[in-house]
Design a protein around this ligand. Structure first.
Ligand SMILES: CC(C)(COP(=O)(O)OP(=O)(O)OC[C@H]1O[C@@H](n2cnc3c(N)ncnc32)[C@H](O)[C@@H]1OP(=O)(O)O)[C@@H](O)C(=O)NCCC(=O)NCCS
Length: 182
């Protein structure tokens, strides 16, 4: 497990699948994700099983938050994917499916933990992500932990009849080392 102050990152389990199905069928949650079709338990089970054949470093992690009674509650997932060992680069993705936990700093705290893990354990040099320009909450959460905008992929996604600009953001290890919270 990777522990932060209010958040921990753990391996996903088969028992988490019903929550993935619930979250990934919620239009508000998927508005910022590359998910367009209704998601079944079967889809999520196949997705879960496909992760076993991926390199361990690239498997998604569950985001748990501390509860007042001292337990943990699963609120979403994140992961580093497509690790390029020669370039020491990886892409980052996150979603919090429990909407009542949005806007309380959990997303940025979990992202900060994932960056720390990526830079200081996996020894990566560049972590990048794609975010829809129509998702200011996510962009703000990423900026808070050190991501900077690199450029815009114009009209790169077509969602609900509208083309969306996709913003490319990244953090370099040299920048991470200078951040006060790193
Ligand atoms: C994106 C996501 C991970 C962010 O996590 P979070 O816990 O909600 O974010 P945080 O609370 O850490 O930070 C959000 C910031 O955005 C700000 N914000 C919220 N709505 C905003 C808006 N409409 N415009 C500008 N800023 C906004 C918040 O005020 C906060 O900034 P602050 O701390 O300076 O006040 C989470 O909301 C989520 O999973 N959303 C659905 C899936 C998704 O979009 N994933 C990202 C795909 S790229």
């Amino acid at each position: 497990m990777i522990y932060g102050e209010r958040v921990r990152l753990r391996a996903i389990e088969r028992e988490d699948i019903p929550r993935f199905v619930q979250w990934l069928n919620d239009p508000e949650v998927i508005a910022g994700l590359m998910v367009t079709l209704p998601m079944s338990s079967w889809d999520e089970t196949r997705w879960f099983e496909s992760k076993a054949s991926q390199p361990a470093e690239e498997r998604p992690l569950a985001i748990d938050v501390r509860t007042p009674d001292g337990g943990w509650k699963h609120i979403g997932n994140l992961g580093l994917e497509g690790i390029e060992w020669m370039n020491r680069a990886a892409s980052f993705g996150i979603f919090i499916g429990e909407k009542t936990f949005w806007n309380q700093g959990y997303g940025s705290e979990a992202t900060r933990l994932a960056l720390k893990h990526g830079f200081e354990t996996l020894n990566l040099n560049r972590i990048f992500l794609h975010v829809y320009e129509s998702n200011p909450r996510a962009m703000r959460a990423y900026e808070k932990v050190g991501f900077v905008k690199e450029g815009i992929m114009r009209e790169a996604r077509y969602i609900n009849g509208v083309y969306i600009n996709v913003v490319l953001m990244s953090v370099l290890r040299s920048e991470w080392d200078k951040l006060p919270e790193a």
